[in-house]
Design a protein around this ligand. Structure first.
Ligand SMILES: C[S@@+](CC[C@H](N)C(=O)[O-])C[C@H]1O[C@@H](n2cnc3c(N)ncnc32)[C@H](O)[C@@H]1O
Length: 455
């Protein structure tokens, strides 16, 4: 998922800019709010009371039944593809719904702000940006976060208030604490906290962290990210460990993936597990095949495919993510997997210099999972030059996916299967998996099977 360096609610989906239009914008049977009961609860079991309803805009579909959300996302993808004649003939398979429509998100990224209440008191808010503005809406009790994060976030806000550590004020650029990242492991329940501060050594930080450790025994590690820069980027490369292990372990089916505060990991483990499993089913890797995992992150795709192929070469621009990916391969005893810290644009020379050739009868298989902007022209050219037998493309932005599929079709890679996944329920975002094949390869049929609860 891209836009990951922005607080939830500050992303394109919430802002309803062109990104939101890509799926959903007004196509959910009347759009957000339709079918919403007056108190925001409704009689549908997949609707829940949200403490921030109706002020928070991070989940514009929260008043829509989950079944309607899924149908809206199916329809929106179909509409997006219809505008691209080269790919339109391949009908998308039905969406795979999230096993958890709420409580699915393994991390929270929230902004800290000090504001004045109606009664004139000053208070700390932990929340998301109101779309298109820099005003902050409270979201500490957000229901899409993993339930284990909720009490922690509520206590965290209170402890930060109590600590007296100055909250960053972007108007005069004074103060320290700016953002909070909290992650929970679906394997162990351990929580890792990152406090982002404009100052390198805010007074009272150690006391705050001690207090949090006493409150929450599951707090396994804390980090300080020093980010004095202007702009919306939450993290800077300056991430310092306060205590605890650097890596958090998550489980995605049979994969165990370590990640760090500054390394991307898929937000919804239930849905990501299914995507990694479908990668294996769709690509049908063989023992002599070689996989190139572009935009590989902490190695999810490469490690899912590794047991079935002769070698995996991963290419990922973030050095912390590459460290995690290689650590993940080592933990799984997969010696034929290697991730390199490099731009995907350099794939052709890296593959030629560093990837073993496929064995007799083996094929080159490429996976690409770029950020919202999709494949750069350089990466599209590189894929054309590598001429993989199959390309598996996971996208978090159907509009850039459709553009890229069009371009790749022109280069001889034909779309064979395409399926949406609901990685971020309650929001208009949709993740899409596409399988492409060299035109001269035999055709692969889709199953059209349906995913989890459609409501
Ligand atoms: C959507 S994430 C994909 C992560 C991974 N495939 C997974 O399943 O967890 C996109 C990744 O692309 C990386 N990235 C962004 N631009 C890149 C580029 N030009 N070359 C290589 N990696 C890039 C980001 O650091 C991020 O880890």
């Amino acid at each position: 998922m891209a836009g990951e360096m922005r607080p939830r609610g500050a992303g394109a989906g919430a802002r309803r800019g062109p990104g939101a239009r890509a799926v959903g914008g007004g196509r959910f049977g009347g759009g957000p709010g339709r079918g919403r009961a007056p108190d925001g609860r409704g009689d549908d079991p997949t609707r829940v009371a949200c403490a921030h309803f109706p002020d928070c805009v991070g989940c514009p579909l929260v008043g829509t039944t989950y079944g309607e959300q899924l149908r809206g996302k199916d329809a929106a993808l179909l509409a997006e593809l219809a505008a691209h004649p080269a790919i339109a003939p391949v009908a998308p398979e039905r969406i795979f719904g999230s096993p958890l429509p709420f409580g699915y998100r393994n991390h929270a990224k929230l902004v800290l702000r000090r504001r004045r209440t109606r009664e004139g008191r000053s208070e700390v808010v932990l929340g998301v940006y109101r779309p298109g503005t820099h005003s902050v809406l409270p979201a500490e009790r957000c229901r899409v976060h993993d339930r284990r994060l909720l009490p922690f976030l509520v206590a965290l806000r209170a402890r930060i208030e109590e600590s007296g550590i100055p909250i960053f004020d972007e108007r005069n650029r004074e103060g320290a604490l700016r953002y909070v990242l909290a992650r929970v492991s679906n394997e162990s329940g351990a929580i890792h906290l990152t406090l982002v501060s404009a100052l390198a050594d805010p007074a009272g930080l150690d006391r705050l962290v001690d207090r949090l450790r006493r409150d929450e025994p599951r707090l396994e590690a804390a980090f300080l990210c020093v980010n004095p820069t202007p702009g919306n980027a939450i993290l800077s490369p300056d991430v310092r460990r306060i205590f605890g292990p650097r890596a958090l372990l998550d489980r995605f089916g049979r994969l165990v993936l370590e990640s760090r505060p500054d390394a991307f990991v898929q937000a919804n483990p239930g849905v990501a597990t299914r995507i990694y499993a479908d990668a294996e089913r769709w690509l049908e890797p063989g023992p002599d095949d070689v996989v190139v995992d572009l935009y590989g992150g902490v190695g999810g795709f490469g490690l899912a495919l590794a047991p079935r192929v002769s070698a995996v070469l991963g290419i990922e621009s973030s050095a912390p993510a590459v460290d995690c990916a290689n650590g993940n391969a080592k933990r799984a005893h997969l010696r034929h997997v290697r991730y390199l810290a490099a731009p995907a644009e350099s794939a052709v020379s890296l593959v030629r210099e560093q990837a073993p050739l496929p064995g007799p009868g083996g094929r080159l298989l490429v996976v690409a999972n770029p950020p919202r902007s999709g494949l750069s022209a350089g990466v599209r050219d590189a894929i054309g030059e590598l001429a993989p037998a199959r390309l598996l493309y996971l996208s978090c932005h159907p509009a850039t996916l459709a553009r890229d599929l069009d371009a790749l079709a022109g280069g001889g890679l034909a779309l064979r299967r395409i399926r949406p996944f609901d990685m971020l329920p309650q929001t208009p975002h949709v993740e899409v998996l596409a399988l492409l094949e060299r035109e001269d390869a035999p055709h692969t049929e889709g199953t059209g099977e349906r995913g989890a609860p459609a409501g």
